[in-house]
Write a protein that binds this ligand. Structure first.
Ligand SMILES: [Zn+2]
Ligand SMILES: [Zn+2]
Length: 372
């Protein structure tokens, strides 16, 4: 496939057209109707008929009568650009992911390339709500898949740089909500009530010891309280306080450990202060963990190309629902360099914009993996 770049070159204007169209469509999670229709129209025009249309997202197979089925997943949703949520933009670069996969499939079909396994293509909705992967799985998108790949644009890595080391690459993430109830009273007579403000302050303070004192220091985790609300006046002890937060972890075992410790500390604070608390913790995501042999495989396939594999740890404490695919088949999540200059604008930032330049490398990478 040394001439892959020449082939891709032929499709440059089509690739750019899809990129611009998908960038312009930018729809919210589970409302990617136009995006899905555009992808299906493009695939149909290329002669691909067997597509499962989920209205928001779709998947299908290029069947080469092989025993193995390699899946590539691209997420398709965008993020709100304004607080009113009336304007959406691709602030996470998902249009890059979907263009790369869409154009890879079209080139395979148009150029009649022979693959070494069947290809399951997955255009997944609602990654930003970490629920689209389960939606795809529930609808049969992972049936018969023997290995799965995904990529994410990475504005910290320069164009040509790839991070695909084995082990964790993204954190597991869980959200929690707490209601701490006390007994309202006059600020001057605290002994006549039960103060949830002081109790919640103690809880938040004590919970800091979970990561610093109870989690193995070699296994990264983070616990953050993002919201605390309670009270309405200077001189009233309120009835209750609500607290919201999230914790992230790179090892599955820390998910249960942090959950247990949060609950234990909360109940001991309740005992000490007389409050009554309720905590709800979502099941969240697992860490995204790269398979050893797939990591090895991609490096051996692409080693003689212009890609530079970053080997020093380049992990993130962000969550990704790609983890759910990894529970069903060996998986590889590739961090794909898109940085063009010294200025790093992080994903989800309103200024974030991904250049089309590395798109051709991404298509080349998929074709190379599929045809090696
Ligand atoms: Zn995102
Ligand atoms: Zn993303």
């Amino acid at each position: 496939m040394t001439n892959s770049y020449k082939i891709i070159e032929k499709y440059k204007s089509e690739i750019m057209k899809s990129f611009t169209t998908l960038e312009g469509l930018a729809e919210p999670s589970f409302q990617e109707y136009k995006t899905t229709q555009f992808i299906i129209d493009e695939l149909s025009k290329a002669g691909i008929k067997s597509i499962t249309n989920l209205n928001t997202g779709c998947f299908g197979t290029l069947n080469f009568n092989k025993d193995t089925t390699l899946a590539i997943r691209a997420d398709i949703d965008a993020l709100p650009y304004n607080d009113e949520k009336t304007v959406y933009r691709h602030l996470c670069g998902h249009h890059f992911h979907s263009t790369a996969l869409l154009e890879t499939i079209k080139i395979i079909v148009k150029e009649k390339l022979k693959l070494n396994s069947n290809l399951r293509f997955i255009f997944q909705p609602a990654e930003e709500r970490v629920s689209g992967a389960e939606f795809i799985i529930k609808n049969g998108g992972m049936e018969n898949v023997t290995e799965i790949y995904g990529l994410h644009v990475d504005p910290e890595l320069f164009i040509g740089e790839i991070y695909a080391e084995k082990g964790p690459v993204m954190a597991g993430a869980r959200h929690f909500s707490i209601t701490m109830s006390g007994k309202s009273t006059h600020a001057a007579y605290p002994h006549l009530g039960t103060d949830p403000i002081v109790a919640s302050a103690n809880f938040i303070q004590t919970a800091q010891a979970i990561v610093s004192r109870m989690v193995d220091p070699l296994k990264s985790a983070v616990l953050t309280f993002g919201s605390i609300n309670g009270g309405s006046a200077h001189n009233i002890i309120p009835e209750s306080v609500t607290i919201k937060g999230t914790f992230r972890f790179l090892d599955d075992e820390n998910s249960m450990l942090i959950e247990t410790k949060l609950k234990n500390i909360l109940s001991s604070i309740d005992k000490s202060f007389g409050t009554v608390s309720n905590i709800e913790i979502d099941k969240g995501t697992y860490p995204v963990c790269n398979d050893d042999s797939l990591s090895h495989k991609i490096k051996s396939i692409l080693q003689r190309d212009k890609f530079k594999f970053i080997t020093s740890p380049h992990l993130s404490m962000g969550g990704e629902d790609f983890c759910f695919y990894g529970k069903l088949a060996p998986s590889l999540f590739i961090k794909f360099g898109t940085r063009t200059n010294d200025k790093i604008i992080p994903i989800h930032n309103k200024e974030f914009k991904v250049s089309a330049e590395p798109l051709f490398d991404a298509i080349y990478m998929w074709i190379k993996i599929l045809t090696h």
